[in-house]
Design a protein. Sequence first.
Length: 464
Amino acid sequence: MRTLRIDYLKHKFGYNQKNLLLKLVLTIFFFGLAFKFVFFNSMSPPEISPVLEHPFPKKTDTVPEQPQKQNPLVFSQQVTENPTTDLEPVPQLLPVSELEPQNEDQVMSPSNTGKCDYFSGDWVPNPVGPVYTNESCDLIEGPQNCLKNGRPDRGFLYWKWAPRDCDLPPFDAYKFLNSMRDKSWALIGDSISRNHVQSLLCMLSTVEKPVLVYHDELYKSKSWHFPSFNFNISVIWSPFLVEAAIFEDFNGVSSSEVELYLDKLDSKWKDQFLNFDYIIMSCGKWFLKPAIYHENDTTLGCHACPKRNLTELGFTFAYRKTIKFVLNFIASSNHKGLIFYRTFTPDHFENGEWSSGGTCKRTKPVKEGEIENKYLNKLLRDIELEEFRKAAAEASRNGVNLKLVDFVSLSLLRPDGHPGPYRAFQPFANKDQNAKVQNDCLHWCLPGPIDSWNDILMEMVVNG
Ligand SMILES: *[C@@H]1O[C@H](CO)[C@@H](O)[C@H](O)[C@H]1NC(C)=O
Ligand SMILES: *[C@@H]1O[C@H](CO)[C@@H](O)[C@H](O)[C@H]1NC(C)=O
Ligand SMILES: *[C@@H]1O[C@H](CO)[C@@H](O)[C@H](O)[C@H]1NC(C)=O
Ligand SMILES: *[C@@H]1O[C@H](CO)[C@@H](O)[C@H](O)[C@H]1NC(C)=O
């Protein structure tokens, strides 16, 4: 049934003009409704609460079913981008005696990584389990701390990624840190980058606890320092990578469309760009939000802004333009380190989308072909791959070390790795197990499948 529907959509929403037009019309129509019901405006009925636990209003069910399912344009960041309100505990440094002696010949060679395709492979049983736990690492943020939140099953912790054509040794935190002496990393992007940085920090903190040395007001951008290695990791909050004015309150409830400036890179990362030796850039689902697009002090049009007298350009317009712009900037820069572009991460909402009761109840990985990448995910990834290919050619002419990390297929096979209802603490306390609670099928539990991203990055960076 599911496959049929996807095939139908693939057929129906091909890339030709007529179908794009149809899609556009449906998008606008859908958004008219969605905007009215989901996003706050003066006419919203008072019962629509911004609180996450309240299911979204049933009225959206009147939207034509097929396009809605494949077009989760109302993907709201209420689930994904809640500011962290907990203050970060400043971790303690392990006594130096626990660190292994320095090994001088572990010189990194980031230039030589092309031999193995780390991104095609299978998940295989791993009885050893993760290298850290929610007890050993205190850097896991609440929404990712699935076990603490009451997730009952443990099977999802006992798998590892095995590329088909080569070995992927387990992450070696000491070797990684040692090869990163006097270096700095930045992960730049949205809440998936934040999810990723927590995973990396937890894996590294088995050797040395990092010290938080910077955070912005809402703890969205942060930096950590590993004193024994003079190694720094930053996460920089820049969900659009270009300059954006976002009108959302503390709960992620939007009062107006995002204003996107497609000819200006976000200074949050651009100004520091040359200071980092390693950078992982990415973006993604924020582009699905209602937005008004600007370039050269001109308003070009918008996406999903039925109340404005503007041309609907579609989110793919801004997505492609942004990625092209960002990658061109990188490719023609003087950056002397290594820059990864990470493709966008697929979600696993089943039987609905984020906003329409979708869940992710699986407890095991799936095999290739058992789960289909959603149409929308494909659309975004294809843009990324195309623009990357073009920019990579320019980068290599210019001597810039730009690489792709494409975790999509690996991630797609792990529908079991998300918090689901356990994004919140004990979601079923005082409720029955079938109570409707908001699910998160986009971010990853920690420990969890996202840890394998670091196994691969380590191979690409340290072992070359
Ligand atoms: C870790 O998870 C367990 C459940 O497996 C929970 O009882 C415990 O409180 C959690 N500890 C922390 C520090 O998150
Ligand atoms: C890392 O950060 C610390 C503290 O902010 C700073 O003193 C140090 O120079 C940085 N090291 C590198 C390699 O960037
Ligand atoms: C904005 O300016 C750039 C550079 O001058 C130009 O290439 C581009 O076409 C302009 N865009 C618009 C929409 O005018
Ligand atoms: C919408 O824009 C068009 C073209 O710019 C203009 O002709 C029309 O009067 C505008 N409509 C409204 C309601 O402002």
